[in-house]
Structure formats: C-alpha cells, structure tokens
Design a protein around this ligand. Sequence first.
Ligand code: HEM
Length: 505
Amino acid sequence: MDLLLLEKALIGLFIAMVLAIAISKLRGKRFKLPPGPLPVPIFGNWLQVGDDLNHRNLTELANKFGDIFMLRMGQRSLVVVSSPELAKEVLHTQGVEFGSRTRNVVFDIFTGKGQDMVFTVYGEHWRKMRRIMTVPFFTNKVVQQYRQGWEDEAASVVEDVKKNPESATTGVVLRQRLQLMMYNNMYRIMFDRRFESEDDPLFLKLRALNGERSRLAQSFDYNYGDFIPILRPFLRGYLKTCKEVKETRLKLFKDYFVDERKKLANTKKTTNEGLKCAIDHMLDAQQKGEINEDNLLYIVENINVAAIETTLWSIEWGIAELVNHPEIQRKLRNELDTVLGPGVQITEPDAIKLPYLQAVIKETLRLRMAIPLLVPHMNLHNAKLGGYDIPAESKILVNAWWLANNPANWKNPEEFRPERFLEEESKVEANGNDFRYLPFGVGRRSCPGIILALPILAITIGRLVQNFELLPPPGHSKLDTTEKGGQFSLHILKHSTIVAKPRVF
Ligand code: HEM
C-alpha cells in the first residue's frame, strides 16, 4: 500500500515540478513579485529557510530583502511585512483585501472548514460571528459583570501561594496556578463555571485537550503535506489524530458545559439579563436561527485557544521581567502602595489611576509580544502591496514584534523600560493608535479580547506585586527568559520557579 502511495507521489512530484516551472515562467512575466530568495522547483524556498519562521528569523530575512519580501513554501506564497507603513496598508487601508485568514488541512479540521470566527475568511459569516460574539464577550458591560470574579480569582491565587510553604523558600512555578486562574476567568464568562483546584479532573482533561489541539495545529510536522499537496496522503495518520482530538474536545464542550447550561436554563428560567453568561446569549442566537450548534461549539473552541494562553503568556512574561528588574518591581509596588494604600487590594477601576502599572503592561506586550506575527492574514484575490503583485491566497505575516523592537523606531528597544511609555512614547496605546505598536493588531481582524485582557493583566500583576516580593529561586540572580517562538506565539521556554515572599502590612 505504501509502495503504491510512493509511486503515486513520485509521479505527482514530477508533474508538480513541470507545472511549477511553467507557472513560475508565466508568472515571472505577468507579475512583479516582492523580492526574496530564489525559489527552486517544488520546494520553493522551504529547504533554504527551514520550518522555523519565527519573528527573529523573519527579521533577519527582512534586513536582507526589505520591508516586504516573499517566500515560496512549496506551493504556498508567504509575504512578510516589516514596516509600520506597510502594516497600515495591510491592516487598515486595504483591510478588506487582506482581511481573510489562511487555511490548511489541519486548521480545516479544527475549525470545521472555517465555521468558526478566528480562522474564517473575511465575509458574511465572519461578520455575523463577530457580531454575535460582541455582546457576550467584548463590551465594557461584560468587564463590569465579571471584574469582581476576576478579582476573586486573583485573590485566591494570592491565598494559595501564601498557603504553600515552598513559595517563600525554594519557590513555585507560579504559572501553574495562574493557568487555573485564567481558565476560571474565561469559563466564568462563557459558562458561569469555575474549577476548584488544579487537580479537578474536568480541568485536567480540558487543559490536556487544549494543549494537544495547540500542539497539533502549531507543529511543523505537517508542513510537507501543506506545502506540497501531492504528499498529503502521507499525512493520513496525523490528520486522523487531529480529527480524534477535535471530536473529543467538541464533545467535551458540548456534554459538560453547553448541555449542562441548557439543563440549568430549563430548570430555573433566568429573566435577569445581567445574569446571562455568554453561552446563554449564543443559545439565543442559535434559537433565532442565526447560528447552528456547530458554530456555537466553534466559538467555544476559539475562546479556548485565543483567550487563555495568550493572556497567560503575557502575565508570565510580565512577572519574569519584574523579577529580573527588581528596581522596576519596587517602583510598581510603591505606586500601588501610594495610590491605593498599603494592603488595599487593586480592583479593576483602579487601573486608570496607576500609570506605572499600565506602562509595565505595555512594555511587557512590546518586548515580549505574545502573538509576534499576528494571526496570519490572507488575500482572497490577487492584490497589490508596496508596488508589488501579491498572488491570491498568499499568507501575509505582519512582523508586529519587529515593528515594536526596531531600533530605527524605538530608543534602546532591547531594554525592558516601562518609563518609555510615560516619556517619549506616552501617546502610544495598546489599541493600535500607532502602527509601530500592535500587540493586539488593529483594524477589522484585530483582537476584540483587548477589552478583557488589559484589566485581567492589571488585576493579576497588580495583586501579585502588592502582596509578594517576587524573586529568582535560591542560587540564581536572574530568571532564564529564553524565548520559544511557535507559528503563532512567543512564550517563555522554561516556566520559571519564582520565590514569592509575602509582604506584611
Ligand atoms: C494578552 C492577551 C492577548 C493578546 C496579546 C492577543 C492578541 C491578538 C492578536 C495579535 C490577534 C490577531 C490580530 C490580527 O490578526 O490582526 C488576536 C485575535 C483575536 N483575539 Fe486576541 N489576544 C489576547 C487576548 C484575547 C482574549 C482574552 C480574547 C477573548 C476573550 C481574544 C480573542 C481574540 C479573537 C476572537 C481574535 C480573532 C479576531 C478575528 O479574527 O476577527 N484575545 N488576538
């Protein structure tokens, strides 16, 4: 069977090679493509540039080929944009043309071929999904409905860390407890649910399935089948695993959360609008026929991948930078003590009175941008960008990390210095008011979760710094902040052990 496949693949490769040469000759005549390394038939630039196209490797290529360059990854075109002007063109001026998302065989499985919102193409379906998600998730009313819940979750993190005798001596991996907190913050909004402890079996199952989903979708292991479609039959085993994970995961969302909520709604009908959680709004939309049950489950899937880890990575980076910069940590603690009073716990409305805390968060999101290349964009049709022709269905990466870390645009960008956002960059906000700084993107496909992420970051980082002195573990003067870049993400390679010494007020 495998021999037959191999034979088919070799014939296919030959045909693809002849076609690729013919097409590239034709294209060369008609199109003015962006610069880039010279592609070879079939593989394009894949063998030259490798799999790991993280923000730093792409920055190196931009330094060589310019602010817009193109790579051919097998049959796929990848265009990388690395200047604020071109980012504005992609995200704002030509936001419709470049407002779609790329798809591939693996994402097609996890999103039911674009029945979701995050990974779907720009159009009627996306608009409807984004509209339906706005009221339950992305308004200030939601922040006000849940902020006390987030404050309680942060308080319970503080309590648990204090209870653990290791916290103040050898240290603990704070991330683990913060992960439970982030699940609780989001599951409260979605389902009015929370998990009691890190050992809760349902939480463990959910976390494992979400982890597996991210690993499978972000892996480079399926590139060959994506870049060279003729090799796709060899992906059968991989795709089978993806399908199993997807089905088990959606079934878990349905059986344990959606159906549970339906049952509850049937037994005690809630008339108070204020008590509705997101799933109630979405079930209303389903009842009105605006979405079907699959769409609803894919919304739950999207929130699980878009909201929890991104915010957690940012918290983790923020804490690591504060441990490694004790003078900044002290200055932040001092602001909290002075503005709120020692021991008075920060709440969501306080954030506006705490400019240094906001600057620390902005600086974390600048230097350690959680999604450094944004979520890949795509043009459905042939387009023009920076004077070049962009073939239809190209993957467009905006190197947002480089925009925010390019020494041509920022003073000593490699330094963690929150003061820059109170001094020379005081007008720059995280909402995309400056195309050099786009931690949440900007425009049509920008992150709607910014309205939740910023207060959650402020409450969590604020409470930890108020209540603890955060230090590296004994025998270390600094935490290891080596980065790990995935296809979408920039996170810390090793989850740090941190000593958290409780403060006495
Ligand atoms: C610090 C935390 C977060 C960061 C840094 C972040 C960043 C981003 C970025 C860069 C994008 C892509 C923008 C683009 O492609 O142009 C995005 C998209 C998205 N984010 Fe976030 N995000 C965060 C938290 C959240 C939260 C808490 C939620 C939901 C509750 C959320 C929901 C989404 C959704 C639904 C999209 C897709 C929007 C679309 O395609 O139309 N994010 N986010």
